[in-house]
Design a protein around this ligand. Structure first.
Ligand code: SF4
Length: 230
């Protein structure tokens, strides 16, 4: 026990930001949640709205126990570990373990590029990337790792959240799902690609129709309610 505590106190993690807000996306949209944005992402998606978290040195280094103290001060029932790409953080296992000691529901938001076993994670929120993220076909293998996504959906409760902007995206989304085994379609969501509320309002009716036609769920982007926040 003493060893565990001292390891935890020594462990440092790079945090881009920590804030308390409303989950804006996915099956848990609307839940008050503490967001822990880890620094570092190896991808460069065209539509990325958290470019400031790409650098593994973005933000500040913090001890894991100090971070967990800040999280529990919000008395939230939900924590969302996001990024960047949280699954590449060397401390992801420890962070989940320490948050879970406080009986908080944990969502990890990931692009699905790396499987990590035995995480104390309640919902693996996977956003598989299609060509609207990476553009060049030669980049596909770096952005879309079917084998890693397969292991994630087999080992965790999950949602598959696809960013969609046009009818043609549906073909690629079906290809991704067809390449995976045993996907529960009720856990597949389409989320409109939009930089701001005006774009969101414009594209949402099309994405809602695509959800209806394909039996997928619609994911809102409630964060657009705060247009001045990053
Ligand atoms: S995976 Fe996420 S954080 Fe990384 S570039 Fe893509 S959208 Fe941005």
């Amino acid at each position: 026990m003493r060893n565990n505590l001292s390891n935890m106190q020594k462990a440092e993690i790079q945090i881009s930001e920590l804030f308390y807000s409303i989950q804006g996306e996915g099956l848990l949209a609307g839940r008050p949640s503490v967001f822990i944005r880890l620094a570092g992402c190896p991808l460069r998606c065209d539509f990325c709205d958290t470019k400031y978290a790409h650098d593994p040195k973005a933000g500040a280094e913090m001890m894991v126990d100090e971070l967990v103290d800040k999280i529990i001060k919000h008395s939230a029932k939900y924590a969302v570990i996001t990024g960047g790409e949280p699954m590449v953080s060397p401390q992801i296992n420890l962070l989940c373990e320490e948050i879970k000691k406080h009986n908080i529901h944990i969502t990890i938001e990931t692009a699905g590029i790396k499987f990590v076993p035995n995480l104390a994670c309640d919902l693996m929120s996977i956003s598989p990337k299609t060509s609207n993220a990476y553009g060049k076909q030669s980049d596909k293998d770096m952005y879309l790792k079917i084998d890693e996504i397969q292991k994630l959906v087999e080992n965790y409760d999950y949602q598959l959240k696809f960013v969609a902007e046009k009818i043609e995206d549906i073909t690629e989304i079906h290809q991704v799902i067809d390449n995976l085994n045993g996907i529960d379609h009720s856990k597949v969501l389409l989320m409109p690609q939009a930089k701001d509320a005006a774009e969101y309002m414009k594209i949402s009716p099309l994405i809602a129709e695509l959800c209806k036609a394909n039996g997928f769920a619609y994911s809102p982007r409630l964060q657009l309610l705060w247009p001045d926040e990053k």
